[in-house]
Design a protein around this ligand. Structure first.
Ligand SMILES: Cc1cc2nc3c(=O)[nH]c(=O)nc-3n(C[C@H](O)[C@H](O)[C@H](O)COP(=O)(O)OP(=O)(O)OC[C@H]3O[C@@H](n4cnc5c(N)ncnc54)[C@H](O)[C@@H]3O)c2cc1C
Length: 382
């Protein structure tokens, strides 16, 4: 078992439930298998034809050589990998919805390992005529804490060193000294040998003195998305999906992904009830950023009712909205240059960044924990 999985299994003890992934894409009123290219049989006939025809035309162009230029941005990569049909119907509109950013202005350095790659042509043909194919199998089984939600995993990892952790200390200044750092929240100052930071650079740099203009400009140019998490309690069991992807559809909501935590563990909702989480990406200044929590809840409930996930708005017995400023790192075309400038500055100052927003990388939890394990290896060689 890989080291990361071993750590999670050991820390979670008995508090874990295993589930098969059952994810779908809600497309033109149908629940299409994920990834989209493995669910072509569920599309209307015209769309199915468009996807296979364009996919095969792309393969022929690739075989001939010279007709297709290697992609230079995310939009070109999607077209080059899946053909115009899959790109037009799903990949480009969905990605532009979740990233809230034009695909042609995004870099493509990150797609390897994060987006299912080009499937073999046999799989596309099988998928289109209704023979089952599986894409992205490495995510097909997952574990989740029985109680406490995903936070239970972090708490279990932290438990052995809990006494050394200080919470509710909002860092407002960091000063480098001869032999370490002075870290303050404005009223209290901590002396530290080292400073390992998970704070987003946008929040970290204002804590430092005399940051050169070039560095401040590089940080200001880094792109990220904020997120509304709309959390609903429902008075009845819902479907058996793990989560759903929702590409843009005029009559539906702004949410791009809907998860069903009560399908991950029976203990996270009262018996006979279920929980639903809808995610809406935004940036400060977008029209949605000015909506009130009540408006966002109504909007979401209306969309979920249209999708028949809710029988009616009255099925909702609990509703809350969480606004999270730092949710997704966005890889624009200048990302690598800007993050390079920022990380090299932090290195000069002696601050060691770690984690999703610390390193400003699109890392999931497993990626963050792996980075920590690598960091420990580097710092404590055997
Ligand atoms: C809606 C959503 C859904 C997600 N779903 C999944 C999923 O299904 N699977 C998955 O693997 N990952 C998922 N992720 C990603 C996952 O949550 C992150 O990868 C992970 O939490 C990053 O861990 P981290 O420790 O690097 O950063 P964080 O968890 O962001 O921790 C950084 C900490 O720094 C603190 N901080 C910031 N500024 C200061 C300051 N000035 N002083 C003191 N503290 C400060 C913050 O409060 C925060 O607690 C999701 C993320 C979001 C937003």
């Amino acid at each position: 078992m890989p080291r990361f999985s071993r750590l999670c299994v050991t820390c979670s003890g008995e508090n874990k439930a295993e589930r098969n992934r059952n994810t779908k894409i809600f497309f033109k009123g149908a629940y299409v298998k994920y990834p989209f290219e493995n669910g072509l049989a569920e599309l209307p006939a015209e769309d199915r034809f468009y996807c296979i025809n364009e996919y095969i035309k792309t393969l022929i162009a690739l075989e001939k050589g010279g007709e297709l230029q290697p992609p230079e941005n995310f939009r070109e990569w999607i077209l080059y990998t899946f053909g115009t049909g899959i790109a037009d119907l799903y990949m480009i509109p969905y990605n532009e919805k979740i990233w809230n950013y034009p695909a042609e202005k995004m870099s493509l350095h990150w797609v390897d390992g994060r987006i299912p790659p080009r499937p073999p042509v046999e799989d596309i043909i099988k998928s289109a005529i209704g023979i089952e194919t599986e894409g992205y199998t490495h995510q097909s089984v997952f574990t989740y804490p029985v109680t406490g939600g995903i936070e239970a995993l972090v708490r279990a990892i932290a438990a052995p060193v809990e006494d050394t952790i200080r919470c509710n200390f909002s860092v407002s200044s960091i000063e480098k000294t001869e032999d370490g750092f002075l870290i303050s929240n404005g009223t209290e100052t901590i002396t530290a040998d080292r400073c390992i930071s998970t704070i987003p650079p946008q929040e970290l740099l204002p804590c430092l003195l005399d940051v050169p203009l070039e560095i401040r400009e590089a940080v200001a140019a880094l792109c990220y998305n904020s997120l509304f998490s709309v959390c609903l309690g429902v008075s009845h069991p819902v479907n058996d999906y793990s989560w759903l992807y929702v590409p843009p559809q005029k009559e539906l909501g702004m949410f791009n992904r809907i998860s069903f935590p009560s399908n991950y563990s029976d203990a996270v909702a009262p018996a006979g009830h279920s929980s639903v989480l809808a995610e809406i990406t935004f940036n400060e200044g977008d029209a949605v950023s000015r909506m009130t929590d009540d408006e966002i809840i109504s909007h979401t409930v209306e969309g979920l009712t249209k999708m028949d996930i809710l029988g009616s708005p009255e099925d909702v017995v609990y509703a809350a909205v969480k606004r999270q400023e730092y949710a997704y790192v966005v890889y624009d075309l200048a990302y690598r240059e800007n993050i390079g400038i920022v990380l090299s500055y932090l290195k000069d100052v002696g601050i060691e960044p770690l984690g999703r927003f610390g390193e400003f990388e699109y890392l999931n939890m497993d990626g963050c924990i792996r980075r920590v394990l690598d960091f420990l290896d580097l710092n404590n060689p055997a």
